[in-house]
Design a protein around this ligand. Structure first.
Ligand code: PLP
Length: 448
């Protein structure tokens, strides 16, 4: 039983990420107590299917013995090793090598962080260093995409294009620019793939011209699927077209795979689906299946070598105490074994069932759009399908939808304006997926 004192302690002392502080104080915390497979149980004994894998990170599911054993073993043998002073640990070295082997193209160099935000922040520093080393310091403008999310660090949050991360913080910085999203549902260019790609390329060209030409632009950032913006899936060929256009201007292309990496869309990295090799790639979340914190920045040979040669004998002044943490690395290695030992395949199977089931809900009077790939999906609710009218914002639809789903035994992400997001663990059984679908349908009917 959840004691009232825990709620009071939370209210008084725990600052929650991306929350209305006053709203949270009023509502009170919901405490999660235990989890197994795709199921979570709260402190009052309410059991739910976790349709969002925590925060789209517990890709392997809860209670995976091999991940727990890897962490335990590493904690006993060597709980910490710094990467400073030329030191290292075996799991970190092996994980870097195994990731490089599996990463697209020549992304052969891996810098480990604590999560996604500092991975994105690290790319900004590496990219600035790269252009300075290349003798092009004027390449200091960064372009990303509306609806994009690239974390909430002091600098990286400026690449994020969700207003809540800017309001009150004085972001973005003048050197951080955005082009419109490829959103296929609400795109002014219409739903046609070729038209959307052409519109995005035009927008990129205009933005490049606006900031002073290609020789001013350091890098372009894209998520293979925009996650926090509402699971916006670009049309086929979009990533490749943008990547090639960046290459033609000498602009670095950064793929932010913090959500899409590690089987979320099917393969280990979504860039494989897109048949592209970015210059830099960021990952986190599924890297350790959320069991322990870790992110990773992948650098191409050219980016790494330019930085290394530019520094010469001097140190490249970027580092963190917990970079390449051996416990996280040991869990990362064990997670890779799970993904490649059948979990990726299971995710593809379960994802097909999930997408088919969600598509079957398209006729529901509230469902305006169903989208997704693999185990990453969303349904967008509208009050008028013809006009694509969003649910009224003043009624706090996302909070009500989240609460209803919760009461029905389902954890989803309820985005603003009534988008329901799904990112279940890849270990889901058919029964788990069917429970997600049945509870979604029930939640929709109650929302009518
Ligand atoms: N980049 C993307 C695409 C993300 O979705 C996220 C988090 O959801 C981040 C970066 C930030 O990662 P973290 O929350 O681990 O700092």
């Amino acid at each position: 039983m959840l004691s009232n004192s825990l709620i009071e302690l939370d209210r008084a002392h725990l600052v929650h990420p991306v929350a209305s502080y006053r709203g949270h104080e009023r509502a009170g915390v919901r405490v999660l107590a235990s989890a197994k497979g795709a199921a979570v149980t709260d402190a009052s004994g309410h059991r739910l299917v976790d349709g969002f894998a925590g925060l789209w990170c517990v890709n392997a599911g809860y209670g995976q013995e091999s991940l727990i054993a890897a962490a335990t073993r590493q904690l006993q043998e060597l709980p910490y090793a710094t990467g400073y002073f030329g030191l290292g640990s075996e799991p970190a070295i092996r994980l870097a090598a195994e990731l490089a082997e599996r990463a697209p193209g020549d992304l052969n160099h891996v810098y480990f962080t604590l999560g996604g935000s500092d991975a994105v922040d690290s790319t900004i520093r590496f990219i600035r260093y790269y252009w300075n080393a290349r003798g092009e310091p004027q390449r200091d403008q960064f372009i990303s995409i509306e609806q994009g999310y690239h974390g909430s660090s002091a600098v990286g949050a400026g690449l994020t294009a969700l207003p809540v991360f800017h309001a009150g913080f004085g972001l973005p910085f003048a050197w951080q620019h955005k082009i419109p999203s490829h959103d296929v549902y609400r795109n002014p260019a219409g739903p046609d793939a070729a038209a959307i790609i052409a519109a995005s390329l035009d927008a990129l060209e205009s933005k490049i011209a606006e900031v002073g030409g290609p020789e001013r632009v350091a890098a372009f950032y894209a998520e293979p699927i925009q996650g926090s913006g509402g699971v916006l899936v670009p049309p086929p060929g979009w990533m490749k077209a943008m990547r090639e256009r960046c290459r033609s201007h000498g602009i670095l292309f950064v793929a932010d795979e913090v959500i899409t990496g590690f089987g979320r869309t099917g393969p280990l990295f979504a860039c494989t689906d897109e048949d592209i090799v970015p210059d830099l790639m960021t990952t986190a979340k599924g890297l350790t299946s959320g069991y322990v914190p870790m992110g990773a920045v992948f650098l191409s040979d050219a980016v790494y070598d330019t930085i290394a040669d530019g520094a010469g004998a001097a140190a490249v002044g970027h580092g963190q105490t917990y970079s390449a943490h051996p416990v996280s690395a040991a869990v990362g290695l064990a997670a890779l074994r799970l993904y490649e030992g059948g979990l990726l395949e299971n995710g593809v199977r379960a994802g097909a069932r999930l997408m088919a089931g969600l598509r079957a809900l398209a006729d529901h009077p509230l469902v305006g759009h169903v989208r997704g790939r693999g185990m990453l999906a969303a349904i967008e609710l509208v009050t008028d399908k013809e006009r694509k009218t969003p649910l009224p914002a003043e009624a706090e639809p996302s909070r009500r939808i989240f609460d209803r789903a919760w009461d029905n035994g389902l954890v989803i992400r309820a985005f603003g304006n009534g988008v329901m997001g799904y990112a279940p663990p890849l270990c889901c059984t058919d029964d788990d997926i069917d429970a997600i679908l049945e509870r979604t349908a029930r939640t929709l009917d109650q929302t009518l």
